[in-house]
Design a binder for this molecule. Structure first.
Ligand code: SF4
Ligand SMILES: [Zn+2]
Length: 315
């Protein structure tokens, strides 16, 4: 692990290095997409994601760039249901929906509690609803929302890494105990959870990045998550770019993502996905990129390992 941290990583430093936010409309989600995902039952089905526009998350994680598409003030009561209605009109019918809000669904400053019942009634026709939350917002409020909801509720939580020192430097304001307590609380109340796991957060070498992503997958399944998504860490939020210049961070390699996904799938403990957004960022060979991307996508959907692509282009 790199020892040369000269900056003092805290909210102030992280925020002071940010660029401008994008303009978002409080009555429209800032994006939506439909992608294929392997469901728990093994079927490959369309899953929609609505990216809600709302107040920025109160945490200031070192690697986070989700603040870019958030508001500075809470949206009004009624705005979030309007956003969902708007997106549902645009998108094809699907069975599964992720309602991602660049933060914490159960933060009432982001999603007003007064909107829960209207939101729930808009979601009646889905089979699964997946929302995201920091463990500190996982409490009785989740159960109130679950009670109103006809589809099954699942909560995605950022575990990030089980490397304690790095987790602390990520400024996540979360301990591993917070994470496991949240997962157990949800499980006790019939709510499944999935973990977001970082591949190669700052201060780790390539091999350490792989090692700690694998240990993080182990931990997530041990405490009871049903599914893990491995996210290769990128720059672009200001703070990460400075760490990159200081050699405290470098982008993970595509081959590392392949190795971690292969490890996770090999455990057969639950579904493990690789985040394949912006994957070309992690590629060092244009000729092999398509084959590698297709391989990772095939692994995501089949939950079977495929033969590694070995790049011989430059040898
Ligand atoms: S808790 Fe999530 S949304 Fe909030 S700053 Fe951290 S990574 Fe970003
Ligand atoms: Zn190549």
């Amino acid at each position: 692990m790199s020892k040369k941290v000269e900056v003092s990583i805290n909210n102030k430093w992280i925020v002071s290095n940010r660029g401008q936010k994008n303009h978002v409309d409080p009555q429209k989600p800032y994006s939506w997409i439909v992608e294929k995902e392997r469901t728990r039952s093994g079927k490959i089905e369309d899953t929609a994601i609505i990216f809600l526009s709302n107040l920025e998350c109160p945490f200031r994680c070192l690697m986070c760039d989700l603040w870019k598409n958030t508001t500075n003030e809470s949206v009004s009561i009624g705005d979030i249901p309007k956003q969902i209605e708007w997106a549902l009109k645009q998108m094809p019918e699907v069975k599964h929906l992720k309602l991602y809000n660049s933060g914490n669904f159960f933060d009432k400053k982001a999603i007003p509690e007064e909107d829960y019942s209207r939101i729930a009634s808009l979601l009646n026709d889905f089979e699964t609803i997946i929302v995201e939350s920091h463990p500190k917002f996982i409490n009785e409020k989740c159960l109130q929302f679950k009670e109103m909801l006809k589809p099954e509720l699942e909560v995605a939580i950022g575990l990030e890494t089980v490397h304690m020192e790095v987790l602390q430097k990520l400024n996540k304001q979360m301990t591993l105990n917070d994470f496991s307590k949240a997962v157990r609380f949800l499980a006790k109340n019939g709510i499944r959870s999935r973990a977001f796991i970082l591949l190669k957060p700052p201060f780790l070498s390539e091999s350490e990045g792989i090692f700690w992503a694998n240990r993080s997958i182990d931990f997530a399944f041990e405490v009871g998550v049903e599914c893990c998504t491995v996210i290769p860490v990128r720059a672009g939020n200001g703070a990460m770019d400075i760490l990159m210049k200081n050699d405290d961070f470098s982008l993970p390699m595509l081959s590392s993502l392949e190795k971690v996904l292969e490890y996770g799938i090999g455990l057969s403990s639950g579904r493990v996905f690789a985040d394949v957004w912006d994957l070309e960022l992690f590629s060092d060979c244009d000729k092999c990129f398509d084959a590698r991307q297709n391989g990772l996508m095939a692994m995501n959907l089949s939950q079977q390992n495929v033969d590694h692509i070995v790049c011989k282009c430059t040898s």
